[in-house]
Design a protein around this ligand. Structure first.
Ligand code: CO
Length: 300
C-alpha cells in the first residue's frame, strides 16, 4: 500500500513521542540504577587460631589503612579449619567468598584483594578463582584485582631475604646457623622454597631453608648444617604466623620436632617464635603488591 507524501509527515510527531518514551526506559533497563564507583580492599590471610597472631594482623590492617586512607578494608581467612576453630570460640571470620558477598551487597564496584600468603600456591590460586568470579556478576562488581603473595618476582625474593635477615635475633653470631621452616606444598609453587635457599645463600652462607610438607626436607637441611660446622641453630618460621607448625613441628618438645631432632644431632637450638607478618619490612612487600592491584582497578 502506498502513502501519499502528506501522510509521511503525520508519522513524525508520533515517532518523536515514541522516542521520548523509549529512551529513558532503555537507560533504566540497560544499567538499572546508575552506579557510582565505590572502591574497597579485601585482605585474605590463611588465618590463625593463635591469639598472638591477631597482633600481626592488626599491624597489617594499620599499614594498609595508612597506605589507602579512606578506603574500607574487609578481612577474610582462607582456611576453613581455622575459621571453624574460631567460630567455636565465638570469633567468626569470613571466608573470602563471604567477605566478597558482603562487599557486593554493600555496593562496592571495584575491589582489590590482597593475598597475605607466602607463595603463589593452592591457597593463593583458590582465592584468585573465588574473587574473580565476583567480577561482572549482575548488580555485582565491575572490577576485581588480586595482589601477588609475598614471594612472586625476583625482586620479591631479594626484598624478603633482606627483611628476614634484618629480623634475625641480634645475638646470633656469623658462625651460628639459622634454619627457616617453610610450610611446603605438593603444588608446583613449592619450587619457591629451594629457590629461596639460593637467594639466602648469596646473602648469608649459614641460613638454611626447610619445609614441613614439601622440599627441602629437614634431612636436606641436616646435610647443609653438617657442612656449615655450626654448633648453634636459630629456628625461625618461614611462614606469616608463628602458629601450630612453628610452635609444635618446629619448636615443640615432641621427639620429632625440628628442635628435638637437631638437639639429638648435637646442635644447641634457639627457637624464635615470630612469624614473618610481624616484620614491618615483610608487611611493606604485601602493601606494595596491593598498591599494584589497586592501581589496576582503574576508575570505571
Ligand atoms: Co599446615
Amino acid at each position: 500500500m502506498q502513502y501519499r507524501f502528506g501522510d509521511k509527515f503525520k508519522f513524525i510527531p508520533a515517532f518523536f513521542l515514541v522516542c521520548c518514551l523509549l529512551i529513558p526506559s532503555l537507560a533504566m533497563a540497560g544499567h538499572g540504577e546508575a552506579k557510582s564507583v565505590k572502591k574497597g580492599i579485601m585482605l585474605a590471610a590463611f588465618g590463625s587460631s593463635m591469639p598472638q597472631a591477631q597482633a600481626s594482623f592488626d599491624a597489617i590492617d594499620a599499614a594498609v589503612k595508612k597506605a589507602f586512607p579512606g578506603v574500607p578494608v574487609y578481612w577474610s581467612y582462607s582456611s576453613a579449619i581455622i575459621r571453624n576453630v574460631l567460630a567455636k570460640e565465638g570469633r567468626s571470620v569470613d571466608s573470602p567468598a563471604m567477605a566478597m558477598t558482603k562487599m557486593m551487597d554493600a555496593g562496592f564496584t571495584h575491589v582489590a584483594v590482597q593475598s597475605l600468603h607466602t607463595i603463589p600456591g593452592e591457597e593463593y590460586f583458590g582465592i584468585v578463582e573465588t574473587v574473580e568470579a565476583f567480577e561482572g556478576m549482575p548488580k555485582g562488581m565491575s572490577r576485581v584485582t588480586v595482589g601477588k603473595p609475598l614471594l612472586y618476582s625476583d625482586k620479591d625474593m631479594l626484598r624478603t631475604v633482606d627483611a628476614i635477615v634484618a629480623n634475625i635475633p641480634k645475638d646470633r653470631k656469623a658462625k651460628d646457623a639459622v634454619v627457616l621452616m617453610g610450610h611446603g606444598t605438593h603444588h608446583a609453587a613449592n619450587i619457591y622454597y629451594p629457590a629461596s635457599q639460593n637467594y639466602f645463600s648469596k646473602v648469608d652462607p649459614r641460613i638454611f631453608v626447610g619445609t614441613v610438607e614439601g622440599a627441602p626436607s629437614l634431612d636436606d637441611v641436616k646435610v647443609l648444617l653438617k657442612k656449615s660446622k655450626a654448633e648453634k641453630v636459630y629456628l625461625m618460621p618461614y611462614m606469616s604466623v608463628a602458629g601450630d607448625h612453628a610452635r609444635n613441628d618446629m619448636a615443640g618438645d615432641e621427639d620429632d620436632s625440628w628442635k628435638s631432632e637437631l638437639t639429638k644431632e648435637g646442635y644447641k637450638c634457639v627457637p624464635v617464635l615470630k612469624g614473618t607478618a610481624e616484620f614491618p619490612q615483610v608487611v611493606d612487600i604485601w602493601v606494595d603488591h596491593l598498591k599494584v592491584a589497586f592501581k589496576h582497578l582503574g576508575d570505571h
